[in-house]
Write a protein that binds this ligand. Structure first.
Ligand SMILES: Cc1cc2nc3c(=O)[nH]c(=O)nc-3n(C[C@H](O)[C@H](O)[C@H](O)COP(=O)(O)O)c2cc1C
Ligand code: SF4
Ligand code: SF4
Length: 358
């Protein structure tokens, strides 16, 4: 063994496998260098302290995807509850939405993901040795079709090399802070990271529907890392706990899960242009707020009311859609007005040939 460490423990969260694969490549390199390695999936994990000793010979890593310019809440809450200083060096990897345009690899944008995690760990007394973004293929198929398999494979090939190099430098005891290179861009999108905490849970999670192709196999319910899917009226129902990790939608064997894109856009349009202005005008007509007649205050109040009304209407609309989808005509209307229904809108799959040889 030619390292200051004798053990590696990586805690990871992964929706569709990118973060998991990165953690595996790191562990694979560590094993080749003679370190004992442990990969821990944080889904439903309650006591992380049991997996590593209180010494400076165990290197501890954290690896998760970027969601809305931050780590997903499940990873943030894991870090928040992580035990205080145990004498270990740590590293952080956030997988991002890599793309490829012609021959050019285009990186994603991590926003606050690395900084929030680093701050939490630093406050707990850990020494941050590595901060590395990993631009694996984007899995956000609610937004765009899954990338072509050839593109996915070439992005994977590139990232495998970067991950293994990163692992070796860490094991040699070096510091690597590649994540800081995009600092100005990360700060520019920081406000969106905060907004995403609301939008992710209360808006995006309510765009998922299961169509009549669903065979009620229960796989999505079983595989969800945060138990966000319930079977209601014999059909999957997405609760506010959903992290939009995309696991269910990509893994459904019947391709029965869609993002109800047109319906979601139409509902937002009705909220912003009809329902919210009407309710807000009625509220102001009551005259309760005449003492605060400044334009700025009225503007802020209108924005807050629009959001509250919007989130309530989305929840009610989701209940209605979920109920009405039992009728074939409504099911077809929702399904065929979603791009995700059509063949060209590919699902995202991690190529099996990039599995590490652990
Ligand atoms: C809801 C959602 C939000 C995302 N937000 C971002 C983002 O803000 N920045 C980014 O670079 N990638 C973003 N992505 C892309 C994923 O972080 C990326 O594809 C990641 O490698 C997926 O890792 P996983 O397979 O381990 O879940 C987002 C993906 C999803 C599903
Ligand atoms: S995995 Fe697909 S087919 Fe199975 S219950 Fe979920 S939506 Fe239905
Ligand atoms: S419901 Fe689907 S997208 Fe949401 S957290 Fe669970 S597996 Fe991920």
């Amino acid at each position: 063994m030619n390292s200051i460490y004798n053990r590696l423990v990586v805690f990871y969260f992964s929706g569709t496998g990118n973060a998991r694969r990165t953690a595996e490549w790191i562990a694979d390199e560590a094993q080749k260098r003679g370190l004992k390695t442990l990969l821990i999936n944080i889904d439903h994990l309650s006591d992380p302290a049991q997996f590593f000793d209180d010494d400076n010979k165990t290197l501890v890593g954290f690896c998760a995807p970027t969601h809305g310019f931050n780590f997903p809440p499940v990873m943030l809450s894991f870090l928040w509850n992580f035990p205080k200083q145990r004498g270990n060096d740590v590293f952080i990897i956030n997988t991002r939405a890599g793309m490829k345009i012609s021959k050019l690899f285009v990186p994603g944008l991590g926003g606050l993901a690395q900084y929030f995690a680093a701050l939490l760990l630093w406050l707990k007394g850990y020494k941050i040795k590595g901060m590395q973004p990993m631009d694996l293929p984007s899995n956000w198929i609610s937004l765009h079709p899954g990338l072509r398999q050839k593109v996915v494979e070439s992005i994977f090939e590139r990232c495998e090399g970067i991950s293994r190099k990163f692992a070796n430098k860490l094991i040699d005891g070096k510091n690597i802070y590649k994540a800081l290179w995009s600092f100005p861009f990360d700060m520019a999108v920081a406000p969106i990271a905060f907004l995403y905490f609301i939008i992710g849970r209360f808006v995006i999670a309510k765009t998922f529907v299961a169509t009549n192709n669903c065979t009620k196999c229960g796989l999505c319910v079983k595989q969800c890392p945060v138990n966000a899917i319930k079977m209601i009226r014999n059909r999957p129902y997405w609760t506010f706990s959903c992290e939009s990790c995309m696991r269910c939608m990509n893994n459904c064997p019947e391709r029965a899960i869609e993002t109800a894109q047109s319906f979601s856009i139409a509902i937002w349009w009705i909220i912003v242009s009809v329902i919210a202005p009407w309710i807000i005008s009625k509220v102001f007509d009551l005259g309760w707020f005449t003492t605060f007649s400044s334009g700025t205050f009225t503007g802020i109040l209108s924005d807050i009311l629009t959001w509250l009304i919007g989130l309530t209407v989305i929840w009610l609309a989701y209940e209605a859609i979920h109920y009405l989808m039992r009728f074939k005509i409504f099911d077809h209307l929702v399904a065929y007005t979603s791009f995700t229904k059509y063949k060209f809108w590919r699902r995202y799959k991690v190529p099996s040939k990039f599995k590490a040889s652990l």
